[in-house]
Ligand binder design. Sequence first.
Ligand code: 4AD
Ligand code: MG
Length: 463
Amino acid sequence: MLKPGEFIRDLLGSDAGRTVVARGWVKTRRDSKGVHFVQIGDGSCFRDLQVVLPSETFDEAALTEVTTGACLEVEGELVASPHAAQRVELRAHAVRVLGAADPTSYPLQKKGHSFEFLREIGHLRPRSNTFGAVFRVRNALSFAIHRFFQERGFLYVNTPIITASDCEGAGAMFGVSTLDPEKPPRTSQGAIDFAQDFFGKRAFLTVSGQLEGEAFALAFSNVYTFGPTFRAENSNTPRHLAEFWMVEPEMAFCDLEGDMRLAEDFLKFIIQAVLDQCWDDIEFFNQRIDNTVLATLEHVATSAFEHVTYTEAVRLLEQSGKTWEFPVHWGVDLQSEHERYLTEEKFKRPVIVTDYPKEIKAFYMRANDDGKTVRAMDVLAPRIGEIIGGSQREERIDLLRAQLRAHNLPEAAYDWYLDLRKYGSAPHAGFGLGLERMLMYITGMKNIRDVIPFARTPGSAEF
Ligand code: 4AD
Ligand code: MG
């Protein structure tokens, strides 16, 4: 029978004098004369609980399985700690090893491991200090995202994960099929006959819930979807995942200005929420991962974002006097080096770039009167580059049809999406925030693989 226990977070906040039960995994064990010290953590907070085991009660034989990684249940008395860093420690009366961890093979030792090595033990790294902090912040961030939208009356909608629509029109989608890859059915022309596939046509993992989100915005006014999205682009970079989480609000009766205002309010709110809820974790990132994290977050939470059009941004980049790996002129997409120059050197704060050339943006963005640009906005953050992509949507059916043609997309595949413009169309806008990009920004972690529990990237889908 398991005894009722308490979380270490709550025990560390308690007064001395109570008899309690704590459970957790051994971080370290230290033996000195007459007493053993064991640090245990249960993931509930950044700090560990120090367990004190007097040798008179616990002889060597009783403690052979108390080694790094073992799971313990400790009953004892909370006593005032002589260390300034913690209020209380646990003087053990009884220790039960719930699960031993063979010390000759347990891979997660006290010594600092590289993040590359920790990725190889993705099933154990959540127990390390850094990843404990990462995933507590991820949890707080997700909750803050829901809170922001719920407090403003947005409807949470679950858009499908399997879809036949290519939202971004970029073709970087994973197919979903039950056809036998060795001998798929063929049409009389010899092509694979997807009419015989599970869904009766080609289907994919979604790259974005936006299109279905628009259908709901044109019924519920303000909605958001928040779920996994998938991109089969072969981008082996520290900022790309094949499976990542995206939150996408969509608002009817909203233009690009309203969209940008919401994005800025939203980022400030979620940053402040994480600072309030995860102070110890953020302090750790600031001390151990990137010493600009705290100042940056406090600055972003309180100062206005910079706004610049794409045309103006290109002019600034051309005038910067820098030599770019990817040369810059009007019409090219901005690369990471350009985004970082604007945020880190030119403006030293988040920058919202608007009105991109229509050729480099998705088909659904609203055309500007100049005939060249669309009502797009990207929010760029120092260190990370793009963290939000959004736009006002094209609500005029003729212009939307023209855009589909210009992007070489088959109108038939978007018939339901065009219906939304045929029946009760309204001006509307929205954006998508990549959860992992935001986490990189908040934590200072340099590789996106280290802010998602189990990363999926080209060539790798472990665990
Ligand atoms: O700019 P993107 O492609 O925009 C959309 O998908 C729109 N449908 C969103 C909308 O308007 N509702 O992606 C949005 C964000 C990016 O700014 C970035 O933060 C993140 O999603 N993102 C990725 N994150 C990790 N790995 C990738 N491969 C990502 N691709 C995009
Ligand atoms: Mg984008």
